[in-house]
Design a protein around this ligand. Structure first.
Ligand code: G6P
Length: 491
């Protein structure tokens, strides 16, 4: 963090993300401020505080409009104002087309190999372009200098970098793509693939979680654009302008603030079993996800079912708590997943239920972050079975929650986190036999092995924490600016 302060002194920083760092909602006692449990906010807020910058996001709370000034700005954090939050208001039609439509029915399934077909509607694409344009206008309005550093977040804003570049040629634009980037054939399905690539190449730096996704991006550009792709420096030149493409694996804060004030692990374990109504010696597994078809929740349930088939002695002695936060629920695919997940849990519970100890306890609801950390501490095993995932922070959170150096992480090889947390039990979620075997191993792993694995993973997350994620991108941006100042160039 000290490095950040030094390097960024005097720089103007703007962040653009779809989700806002503070949401104002009407409550019985007046207006309440909610802070989404988001790694992004944790990572970028220290940067914003250091530079008194501006965060631009979609205003989504029902009281957001009540607290802004005439230019739609508010100073945040509410308890000690340090930077500006500029809200952009979207009409119902804009939100439908840009967020639900193109971003979440088009780009999301396009980039995640989960065999859900992307849907591309020209009307959604129009709204996506319009909304990207509106955010670009907001960046230009908010910028006090001609050469700010702009941090663009995620697949909601693929067109934004170029739109900003056209208006602010001196800006240093860092775009971070939080989800996977598929291979050229898969990406090529999108009717507007060229526009998306050109939009992203307005960035000075484009970041992904893994080298594999960087390579996929270079290959995709090589396939569809007349651009110069330099693999040696991992950069792309289009029309004389260069974009560097690098890997910046996201992480979580360390030490995790959520741990402060939580009971010790033994107590969390006892509390959880009491709440579930099972004896103290019952083994408990935990899964925490948004209710999304990329997370492999049904595959996870299949592995649990297979374990109980193969080793019936676990029936009544092992229970799995699945927390699934409802997400994007006006999209049909998500509604159908909700129904299928409920039905699968019900079916497995009917088949293997023993009095008072169902194999699966399904909680489809929002859980506050501290509550989730208490669950992590109380569970013997955490199962992350994403079919495809940019990073997956649940895996890192579970490791961070276990300061007792116990507990076993089962982790999908298709989550970016598996490139770093190599001491997890790495599985292919499509391989039910392998996943059931991993569960069996996890439930019987001796404490010494648990500790050895946990210790290595904890030291990795501690070292490569979220401050380093943000710091490395900003340091690269700062070096780039320095080089360009020396070269007298514009970018
Ligand atoms: C993924 C995306 C984020 C997004 C989050 C939650 O992690 O990369 O950009 O914010 O899912 O999804 P939601 O649609 O609720 O914002």
């Amino acid at each position: 963090r000290a490095i950040l302060h030094e390097d960024l002194k005097g720089e103007e920083i703007l962040i653009v993300s779809n989700r806002e760092p503070y949401i104002h909602v009407r409550a019985s006692g007046g207006i309440q401020v909610q802070r989404p449990a988001s790694g992004l906010v944790t990572a970028l807020e220290p940067v914003m505080r250091a530079c008194s910058g501006t965060w631009i996001a979609h205003g989504s709370g029902n009281a957001d409009r009540d607290v802004v000034d005439s230019s739609d700005r508010i100073q945040v954090p509410p308890e000690s104002p340090a930077y500006r939050l500029r809200r952009v208001w979207l009409s119902k039609a804009e939100e439908e087309g840009y967020y639900y439509g193109f971003a979440n029915e088009g780009l999301w399934p396009l980039c995640h190999i989960a065999h859900t077909r992307p849907v591309f509607r020209a009307t959604d694409w129009e709204q996506y372009r319009t909304v990207n344009r509106r955010f670009a206008d907001a960046v230009v309005q908010e910028s006090r200098t001609s050469n700010p550093i702009v941090l663009v977040q995620d697949y909601h804003f693929a067109l934004l970098p170029r739109m900003i570049r056209e208006k602010l040629p001196g800006a240093t634009i860092i775009t971070f793509w939080h989800i996977p980037w598929p291979n050229p054939e898969a990406f090529g399905l999108c009717p507007w693939r060229g526009e998306l690539l050109e939009g992203l190449l307005g960035s000075s730096i484009l970041g992904f979680h893994t080298q594999f996704h960087c390579n996929n991006f270079l290959d995709t550009v090589g396939r569809y654009l007349e651009a110069r792709v330099d693999r040696e420096t991992s950069s792309i030149s289009l029309g004389g302008e260069a974009t560097e493409v690098h890997r910046y694996p996201i992480s979580i804060e360390w030490p995790p603030a959520m741990l402060a004030g939580l009971p010790d692990v033994a107590q969390c374990g006892a509390d959880l079993r009491r709440e579930l109504g099972v004896p103290l010696e019952t083994k408990v597994g935990i899964g925490v996800d948004r209710l999304d078809y990329t997370k492999g929740i049904l595959e996870r349930f299949a592995a649990i079912e297979r374990l109980l088939e193969l080793e019936p002695h676990w029936v009544g002695h092992f229970t799995f708590v699945q927390v699934a936060a409802p997400s994007r629920s006006s999209i049909e695919e998500y509604q159908s997943l909700d129904a299928r997940v409920r039905a699968a849990a019900q079916r497995i519970n009917n088949r293997f239920g023993s009095p008072g100890c169902p194999p699966i306890t399904l909680r489809i609801e929002h859980h506050d972050a501290r509550r989730v950390y208490a669950l992590y501490r109380g569970a013997d095993v955490c199962f992350v079975s994403s079919l495809h995932d940019g990073m997956n922070l649940v895996a890192k959170e579970y490791v961070a929650a276990r300061d007792d150096e116990r507990g076993v992480l089962i982790l999908s090889q298709f989550a970016g986190a598996s490139r770093e947390l190599m001491e997890a039990l790495i599985v292919n979620p499509y391989d039910t036999e392998q996943c059931a075997a991993a569960l069996r191993l996890a439930l019987s792993m001796n404490p010494a092995e648990q500790r050895d694995r946990m210790r290595s993973m904890r030291s990795l997350v501690q070292e490569f924490n979220v401050y380093r994620w943000a710091g490395r991108m900003l340091l690269d941006a700062s070096r780039m600016r320095h080089r360009r100042r020396l070269a007298g160039a514009r970018r």
